[in-house]
Design a protein around this ligand. Sequence first.
Ligand code: F42
Length: 331
Amino acid sequence: MVKFGIEFVPMDLYWRTTFYTIQAEKAGFDHVWITDHFNNRNVYVTLTCIALHTNRIKMGPGVTNPYLVNPVMTAQSVASISEIAPNRVTLGIGAGDKTTLSLLGVEIKSPLRAIRESVEIIRSLITTGKAKYSGKIFSVQKAKFNFKPKGNIPIYIGAQGPKMLELAAKIGDGILINASHPKDIGDAYQYIKSGAEKVNRKLDEIDVAAYTSFSIHEKEKKAIKAATPVVAFIVSGSPEPVLEKHGISVEDAMAIKKALEAGNWGEAFSKVTPEMIDAFSISGTPETCIERINELIKLGVTQFVVGSPIGPNVREAIDLISREIIPHFKE
Ligand code: F42
């Protein structure tokens, strides 16, 4: 049965993200993923608040990166939270967001190797409490925790590029694919399959999550309006081949990018077309959302993550998902 995840960006006050998560837990969500960018509130402080106020939902950073946070500290952070929420912690790690990292002068060098080495170090620490590692990017002479992580902490890899998807299928317990459209998820699956085959892994050992941009409302227009700013940013940051795959002209995307860079939000959002909404989000009424989720499940997705904006009003959107979406797939 497909699992449901929900993503929150800790731009909001801690109590608000925690309140939404309590609501999501009651609504039947299985996972909460908290994004990690230095300019928002700290992901582990947010997760600690959530851990203290929930009982069942699994939780983790979605996703942290090894350039800003050393893998030993990531292992220490998730292991510490596991003491508060045993067997409920999941770790999401990826290469890191180029735009925010570049603001700090941090370069994403050899991302494949950095992720592989990080996962090996973190896995050793969270399973044995110890690590000794000599890699090309990270080395750990002799690390030993003075406490024991509680329960299993699965490692999910945030991946988009073909090589990162292959690597994630080789070494991850799960994969978070930042995409909403069946064309992108279908393409990602080709790389996931080939990665798994290379190491003789069965696909059902890996939790494959579609980490979508999602917007639900009983009135389609309202759902689309809420998704428009998010889609504008996705379009402006998408590489040419991705735009071409969805029949979106590079010129149109550049016009949105220019308007966003100039701070002309109204102009940027007015240039977002229905094709862009369809390519980069799942937006609409509960019926439309169910149809789109079904398409992704048919492709093999085992976790569906409801990501920003969730809906025009987050609280109402979670209510609507709990009434119309989750029961449709779980009952
Ligand atoms: N990023 C954040 O910073 N914060 C978040 O909260 C966040 C959430 C998130 C959730 C799901 C998800 O899928 C991604 C998310 N991201 C988040 C973005 C993530 O951190 C990455 O930026 C994003 O996944 C894009 O990375 P990628 O998986 O496409 O990998 C990049 C680096 C890439 O270029 N990959 C290529 C590929 O084919 O996969 C390979 C590049 C390559 O071959 N590199 C060579 C190498 O050896 O590594 C050499 C390159 C060199 O010059 O060093």
